[in-house]
Design a protein around this ligand. Structure first.
Ligand code: GLV
Ligand code: MN
Ligand code: MN
Length: 432
């Protein structure tokens, strides 16, 4: 094996595999129409197995950790030049970790998450095909759950790796009544071992995630790839309103305790509180009413609230204000309100050193180095607790994401992977 060469670009064969692999992963879906792949599902198992095979073909050793993250490691060269061998000559190099997530939202696009994994594979395949080892190991991780669809807590995979797994998730039940612990067991892992998924800061040089932008900035700027300065903080709530069900024809309007009518007013409060502040956004994406018949006054309603901002103080103040307005509104209507705080994540900054490294890589690929904050959450936000993080965004058509129309061109995907390839190689000289 040779040592670190002058800059390699993606091999033609590795570049050509990016889009077919996106299609292969998109075909692994819980629903026959469209793409849905939730944490610890049969389809998650199939996706992990497929990615593990690709990793092995790229010369990586593979393993799955206790939360169901699939991990491949392409070992460093072990000439001891950066202290990567122990006293017995065993390789113990730090890793540059690349990756993203393999779970999806319901009826998802095919690039969100998957693009970061197949791009990272193209980089390692290129190293392998060229018989090149770097001074650092390169690991690729396919995180088990970033979207939080099944158990309503995002970053299950990356928070297990960063040591910040929230144990309250262990008690959660999914929409089909399956407990988190049982789902993981059926998947082939043991929830009791989740602490073992944690990685130590000294094992990692950095985590870099390539992801579709999920917004319109790069398209407007006519650039295929950009870099991320930081990731917005987020709060997710589940709210339950309990009133009294009754006959839709007999109970006068003034005597009702209609939970769904109260929910409708609460939802407009979300819009009111979150409008007019730069960078603050609020969304209610899910609502359910019971008993759910056209001629019955709804006795109970549940809805989600998702609030995000780059400014944590603003986000937390707005969530407090929102909850106090909702509580007052429910009091007036004699409706009981229960708030479950499912997820809180602070804003994180990307590493300045990595931003500079990515800037050099973008310039070398003749891309104008545009930087932007990410309003979407990413596994990188959790990984920031244990290692410097960097993120590259790849342009997507119309800024559309979390939707089956999500679209990235092959040329942009290959360019993004080439920027990642250069970033990894540049890092070998820059960060210790
Ligand atoms: C994940 O995609 C999120 O930002 O919700
Ligand atoms: Mn997503
Ligand atoms: Mn994503």
């Amino acid at each position: 094996m040779t040592t670190s060469p002058s800059q390699l670009r993606l091999s033609a064969s590795a570049a050509a595999r990016i889009m077919p692999r996106i299609e292969e992963l998109a075909a692994i879906s819980e629903s026959p129409n469209g793409l849905t792949r939730r944490f610890a599902s049969v389809e998650h198992r199939r996706a992990n197995n497929l990615v593990a095979n690709w990793m092995a073909d790229a010369g990586m050793s593979t393993r799955e950790d206790a939360i169901g993250n699939i991990i491949g490691r392409y070992e460093a060269h072990n000439d001891g030049s950066v202290g990567n061998t122990d006293s017995e000559g065993n390789n113990k190099a730090k890793a540059i970790m690349l990756g993203s997530h393999l779970d999806t939202v319901i009826d998802a696009g095919r690039f969100d998450g998957m693009l970061g994994i197949v791009s990272a594979l193209a980089c390692v395949e290129t190293l392998h095909e060229n018989n090149v080892r770097l001074p650092y190991a390169v690991e690729i991780i396919g995180f088990a759950d970033e979207e939080g669809v099944r158990y309503q807590s995002t970053f299950l995979g990356s928070r297990a790796v960063s040591g910040e797994f929230n144990p309250s998730v262990l008690d959660r039940i999914d929409a089909d009544g399956i407990s988190f612990v049982d789902a993981l067991k059926t998947f082939g892992q043991d929830a009791a071992r989740i602490p073992k998924a944690k990685r130590m800061p000294e094992e990692l040089l950095a985590y870099i995630e390539l992801h579709i932008e999920q917004g319109p900035v790069l398209e407007v700027e006519s650039q295929a790839v950009g870099m991320v300065t930081g990731i917005a903080g987020a709060t997710r709530l589940n709210i339950t309103l309990d009133g009294l069900a009754g006959h839709a024809g007999t109970v006068p309007m003034g005597l009702r305790r209609d939970a769904l009518a109260a929910a409708a007013l609460c939802i407009s409060l979300v819009e009111q509180q979150c409008t007019g502040h730069a960078g603050l956004v609020g969304t209610v994406g899910r609502i359910q009413a019971e008993p759910g018949a056209g001629n019955v006054i709804p006795g109970s309603a549940q809805f989600s609230v998702d609030v995000r901002a780059q400014d944590d103080t603003l986000r937390l103040a707005k969530v407090d204000a929102l909850l106090s307005d909702m509580t007052a509104l429910c009091e007036q209507r004699n409706i009981a309100i229960t708030v479950d705080r499912m997820h809180d994540a602070s804003t994180v900054s990307c590493s300045d050193v990595l931003l500079d490294t990515m800037k050099q890589a973008l310039l070398a690929e003749n891309v104008k180095p545009i930087s932007m904050p990410s309003g979407a959450g990413h596994d990188a936000a959790a990984m920031a607790a244990i290692t410097p993080i960097g993120m590259l965004f790849v342009r997507c058509k119309g800024g559309v994401s979390h939707h089956p129309d999500e679209s990235v061109t092959e040329a942009d995907a290959i360019l993004g992977a080439n920027v990642l390839m250069r970033t990894v190689q540049n890092m070998c000289g820059l960060i210790t």
